[in-house]
Design a protein around this ligand. Structure first.
Ligand code: DC
Length: 226
């Protein structure tokens, strides 16, 4: 069997990482791993337990009792409960950056993420994949887009999913999360030195997918058969 390949896609919130990562993984037959969904599921567990996500000690206290599963069909389970939709709700979105800033929670989830990429080829998206989770990933992409482009995409996504939000709420949430994600002490959001930066503000999804496939082919020789 060929050695598994890891593709890391990092970047700020709503830069379109998951859409691209999912499509690229499907085209190449790789497994898609949405690490943001894992931080969101943990946040859900903290809120469900009646704990305050801004309280680090309380949030970390439930690490031993939280199990998170990413299913092949895209569903996310938290302690066996299907939380796929719930983890996109505004209450989780507005608290997840606190949870993602706690070192002990990150270490627990990073262990799971590394284990998932050991024996199979993956496209993993997040904030610290190229810098911390998979520093030896064969391909590292840092995907960015302007705040306006990101807010418009996230707003459209929320409307399609029936999640009630205003455009201003979306902009406020993105700006706040960008700040917390890039200023936390442990494994903050930043481009890996050996990443390829891709500004997708003016690109269509197909153009971004093609650009990412080309980068993967250049770095690894793996060619998409379409
Ligand atoms: O990609 P997303 O919006 O679903 O991510 C949710 C939050 O989790 C986001 O605020 C940043 C955080 N996150 C992180 O810190 N590290 C990751 N590898 C993935 C997400």
């Amino acid at each position: 069997m060929n050695k598994p390949i890891s593709v890391a896609i990092d970047g700020p919130s709503a830069a379109g990482k998951s859409t691209i990562a999912k499509r690229v993984a499907a085209i190449l037959g790789f497994t898609y791993i949405d690490t943001g969904a894992m931080y969101r599921a943990f946040t859900y567990a903290v809120i469900k337990k009646g704990l305050n996500p801004e309280d680090e000690a309380a949030s970390c206290s439930i690490i031993p009792e939280v199990s998170i599963d990413l299913l092949d069909d895209g569903r996310v389970l938290c302690n066996g409960e299907d939380v796929t939709k719930a983890i996109r709700e505004p209450l989780v979105s507005s608290n997840v950056s606190y949870i993602a800033s706690y070192k002990d929670i990150r270490l627990a989830l990073v262990d799971m993420q590394r284990a998932m990429s050991q024996s199979k080829s993956v496209v993993m998206d997040g904030r610290d994949i190229g810098t911390y989770v998979l520093p030896n990933a064969e391909v590292k992409i840092y995907q960015i887009a302007s705040t306006e482009a990101r807010a418009q995409r996230r707003y459209k996504e929320n409307v399609e999913k029936g999640i009630p939000t205003s455009m201003q709420d979306v902009i406020d949430n993105l700006t706040k999360r960008d700040y917390i994600d890039s200023h936390r002490a442990f494994a903050p959001l930043r481009p890996a030195e050996d990443s390829v930066q891709l500004d997708t503000s003016a690109m269509t999804i197909e153009e971004v997918v093609d650009a990412v496939l080309k980068i993967i082919e250049d770095k690894t020789g793996v060619k998409a058969c379409r």
